[in-house]
Ligand binder design. Structure first.
Ligand code: BGC
Length: 944
């Protein structure tokens, strides 16, 4: 029994101590930490109780007993039905060969929420002017107005509503919980103190069917005697402006609140304070708060002390209790949005119009917090947010879209005051402050980044600091775009564009723990998917996007976009081994396939019809985004881009994605034991492959669309594996003809470097990674990027910014290559139960250090050149095994711990495979060293 065996990182439903959790049979997970080699869990024992130390619980709720198993994730709770509003504590110990177990892990917990029958609260609505609908997309087109710009009309905005109530608590309170949700977004206070640390609750979901409520432990905020509770509800996603066209009232035009405060006493009694007709409402200092426009706060109108018991609300109005049903309320799914990071001001400079630019050094999604000292009452300070500056160093509005003002306004009360808007958020690295007498002191202003509070799992260091910065830019891009849903950008749209997620989900799953986040997104997807299987382009399907797709694009989906229904569950399964999510998603994937098949069939030409194989492909005659924003097919006119490249360059893409999704469905059906489906999908995939060859490979063996994108995707999706070498040669030739530069968009960029590394062109991957010529990632960084741009040409060579997004996940997929190829870490079995460690050293980097915290524990790879030797240090956690592939190695030259590898007792099979060696290892630390020989590949001289 290894003495240092520690069980740690306990999770329930892949989260740390979630509350509220509404899953009947939640699943447990843990990690074993041990430095000893070859540790494998032989058995575990789990205890669940309601006392904080479940190990000692005399009457536990459930004990698993000793279970012989090496599973440490997805262990299903199998005790009696869980009670609502109950905190369950749990712990686990493990055996790893030997009679002695580890010690019990430090207990973790989860807390159940309310069942439908437990809600005593009713929905309440304050007296209010209904939210004003902005023109619909059809109306905007009708008036001939510019669809992509239009200033906000502040007179259309309503102030957020404040609602309050007093109540009495007795002595002997042991526990207090608040459960709340809103039509709109809400914040809560009790006795003048903020409740919890969540932001933008209840977040964005497909509201009509799925509205989350949150739970807060408010025990410490309640006093014996008189108390007050208050809420502010603002438009948020319910009624506010959303998306590119700034349309409003997506879900309703009235704000509403539901909340239930439960007070539990030592004598076992429970008192409930619930939203009802006794709440009173008013407006206050916040004159408007809109996600796109910003927040206006007139501190002179502050209702000071409005959430304290002795506040006089006589002038407030009573609320209406509505009969809105409660059955769409669901406990929060996945990690909530929180403030995740604070950044200080790095520099400031004055502008020509008496303003001041403040630089926080990083594009974030969030807000500022500023302490004003002695502002004269009535001073109006404007804070405009932007991600890039104009060439003259001044504020630059890079955002296309109506109502997208991103400006907060603060009107001073006088004296010392702090402004931090919490009912909006903005994309920014810079703010421009005007109206402040003299400059704001740098120490008085901070930027606060918000994001779904996902655990960051991947760190990456290397000899070239630019690549470290690239890694950081990928991380921030994904973080800025993980605000409740995976968004396309935090500036123009903030929308759950499906194609963006389809290409980036694997990268996100490397950088962050997204299992809960994706569980929520895929629940939204299942709701929004049409009955005929169509997966809309944007999920949740905000009103403006319904109008966009029906009135402008005349299409609800595009190849590679809807495929997210199949790709996302599969990638999440690879990363976390969550088979339940796979099961939940299967029907949606199957329906998507039916949609794809039908749509493909509709594109078949008269000539195709005679041939079953040709009749199976998907011609590019349906609506198509294609390889969105590839450099050579993107037109930029006056800073605006047009990314529609037309079917020519994208001719192969519908069939290739159709093939890709069908291949994944084969795997999905296999994992879920759906043998008939597996066979059917396999047959379809085979037929589509045959059709692909007939339609898109000419008599000389080249693809009919002679583009980098086509070759990259054909290689990545194994469209014609027998031609891989030929395709790789052609891809290299196309890149060389393009001065060694990439020419790929959202789709193919994700696969470009991986395909090069896989097909003997690793050094070409490195040179594309390391060039700073346009178009490249280092060109972006060289032009001030701290996040990945939407367009390769986000900023022109002379420094002029275009009007695009500056934090778009589409091109951030290079992060996956950093993890899977530069460091060489990828799952061979779901949840990294078996790992492939295959680092790909290449010309330009001297060393790489990648660390990934998988659901089974931390995996690290560090390689380093030492003269002509390569040192590769690998660490993998207990309960995993790995195949380590050492490029350019000869079996009889490899040292492990300074001794010859061959015959070393700590490794399994080791075999030469061409110019690489493959070694099987169990958990622990392994330091390999070997003289690195040139690889016999297309690359001239890979290796040292
Ligand atoms: C979004 C994308 C999206 C695209 C459709 C854009 O406006 O920002 O990321 O996928 O439209 O091609």
């Amino acid at each position: 029994m290894p003495s240092d065996l520690v069980v740690d990182y306990l999770t329930v439903e892949y989260q740390s101590n979630p509350m509220p959790l509404d899953v009947d049979r939640p699943r447990f997970g843990w990690q074993i930490v041990s430095a000893v080699r070859g540790v494998r869990q032989a058995a575990y024992e789990l205890r669940v109780g309601t006392s904080p130390d479940p190990q000692k619980d005399a009457d536990p709720v459930w004990t698993s007993g000793r279970v012989d198993s090496d599973s440490s994730i997805g262990i299903v709770y199998a005790g009696p039905d869980l009670a609502p509003r109950t905190r369950y504590y749990w712990t686990v110990r493990v055996w790893a060969g030997g009679d002695e177990s580890s010690t019990w892990a430090d207990p973790a917990w989860w807390e159940t929420g309310l069942r439908l029958a437990d809600w005593q609260a009713r929905w309440i609505e304050p007296v209010q002017r209904p939210a004003q609908p902005e023109p619909s997309v059809r109306e905007i087109i009708g008036t001939g107005a510019d669809m992509l710009s239009g200033a906000a009309r502040h007179d259309m905005l309503n102030p957020p509503q404040q609602m309050r109530k007093t109540f009495t608590a007795r002595a002997g309170l042991t526990d207090a919980r608040l459960y709340a949700s809103a039509h709109g977004i809400y914040t809560a206070e009790i006795n003048g103190a903020r409740v919890g640390d969540l932001e933008l609750a209840p977040e964005t979901t497909a509201y009509p069917d799925f509205l989350m409520y949150q739970a807060y432990d408010v025990t410490d905020l309640i006093v014996a005697g008189d108390n007050a509770i208050g809420f502010i509800v603002a438009d948020g996603w319910w009624a506010g402006r959303l998306g590119m066209f700034g349309t409003s009232v997506s879900y309703g035009d009235r704000l509403a609140l539901i909340a239930q405060l439960e007070l539990r006493y030592a004598d076992g009694s429970l008192e409930v304070v619930a939203t009802d007709g006794s709440f009173r409402s008013s407006t206050g200092a916040i004159r408007y708060a809109d996600l796109l426009i910003g927040e206006k706060h007139d501190a002179r109108l502050d209702q000071i002390g409005w959430t304290t018991a002795d506040f006089d609300d006589i002038s407030w109005t009573s609320v209406t209790v509505t009969d809105t049903a409660l059955d769409k309320l669901r406990a929060q799914v996945g990690e909530p949005v929180r403030a995740v990071c604070e950044l200080p001001c790095l520099a400031t400079h004055p502008t020509s119009d008496q303003g001041q630019i403040v630089d926080f050094g990083q594009v974030i999604a969030g807000r500022i917090r500023v302490d004003f000292a002695d502002l004269p009452a009535g001073t109006e300070v404007r804070i405009q947010h932007c991600s890039v500056l104009g060439p003259n160093g001044d504020y630059f509005d890079s955002i296309n879209g109506r109502n997208n003002e991103n400006t907060d306004v603060y009107i001073a009360r006088g004296g010392r005051e702090t402004f931090e808007p919490r009912l909006t958020y903005h994309p920014f690295r810079y703010v421009k402050i005007t109206g402040h007498p003299g400059p704001v002191a740098p120490a008085a202003i901070h930027a606060v980044a918000i994001s779904s509070d996902l655990v960051s799992d991947f760190t990456f260091h290397t000899s070239d600091h630019r690549i470290e910065q690239l890694h950081s830019s990928v991380l921030w891009t994904l973080r800025d775009n993980s605000v409740s849903i995976p968004t396309d950008n935090p500036d123009r749209e903030r929308a759950g564009w499906t194609g963006d997620l389809a290409v980036t989900v694997a990268t996100s799953a490397l950088y962050f723990g997204i299992n809960g986040f994706m569980t929520r997104y895929l629940a939204n997807l299942r709701i929004e998917q049409f009955d005929d299987g169509t997966v809309p382009m944007v999920i949740p399907f905000f009103k403006g996007y319904r109008e966009l797709t029906s009135d402008i694009l005349h299409a609800s989906s595009s190849p590679a976009w809807g495929d997210v229904a199949v790709i996302a569950p599969w990638e999440v399964y690879q990363a976390y081994g969550d088979q339940r999510l796979l099961e939940q998603s299967y029907e949606s994937g199957r329906m998507f396939h039916e949609y794809a098949r039908r749509t493909a069939a509709g594109t078949v030409t008269e000539a195709d019809r005679a041939d079953d194989d040709l009749a199976a492909i998907w011609r590019a005659s349906t609506f198509l985004f294609g390889d969105w924003l590839a450099p050579s097919t993107t037109e930029i006119v006056d800073g605006f881009y047009n990314g529609f490249a037309g079917p020519g360059a994208n001719e192969l893409i519908p069939t290739l994605y159709y093939l890709h999704s069908t291949d994944i469905l084969v795997d999905l059906a296999r994992v879920l034991g759906r043998t008939e489906d597996e066979t059917r999908y396999r047959d379809i995939a085979a037929q589509v492959r045959r059709g692909f060859r007939k339609a898109f490979i000419d008599s000389d063996g080249w693809l009919t669309a002679d583009t980098q994108s086509s070759y990259v995707l054909a290689l990545a999706f194994r469209a014609a594996p027998e031609l891989d070498d030929r395709f790789a040669d052609r891809l290299r030739a196309l890149i060389e003809a393009n001065n060694g530069l990439l020419d790929t968009g959202f789709l193919a960029t994700a696969f470009l470097l991986p395909v090069l590394s896989e097909h003997g062109l690793n050094d070409l991957a490195y040179s594309i990674l390391l060039t700073d010529r346009y178009p490249s990632w280092l060109y972006m960084l060289g032009h001030g990027a701290t996040t990945i741009w939407e367009m390769w040409r986000g900023v022109e060579a002379d420094g002029t910014p275009n009007r695009a997004s500056y934090a778009q996940p589409g091109l951030s997929t290079v992060g996956l290559w950093l993890g899977r190829y530069a460091a060489g870490i990828r799952p061979l079995e779901p949840g990294y139960r078996r790992i492939l460690i295959h680092p790909r050293p290449g010309t330009g980097l001297d060393w790489v250090d990648g660390r990934y915290r998988s659901v089974r524990g931390e995996i690290t790879v560090r390689w380093e050149r030492r003269d002509t030797d390569l040192l590769v240090a690998v660490r993998i956690p207990p309960n995993t095994t790995a195949s380590v592939v050492l490029d350019g190695a000869r079996l009889d030259e490899i040292l492990l711990d300074g001794a010859l590898l061959t015959g070393h007792r700590d490794v399994g099979a080791a075999a030469q495979d061409g110019d690489r060696v493959c070694v099987e290892i169990g958990s622990g630390a392994y330091d390999f060293r070997y003289p690195m020989h040139h690889l016999t590949s297309r690359d001239p001289g890979t290796g040292s």
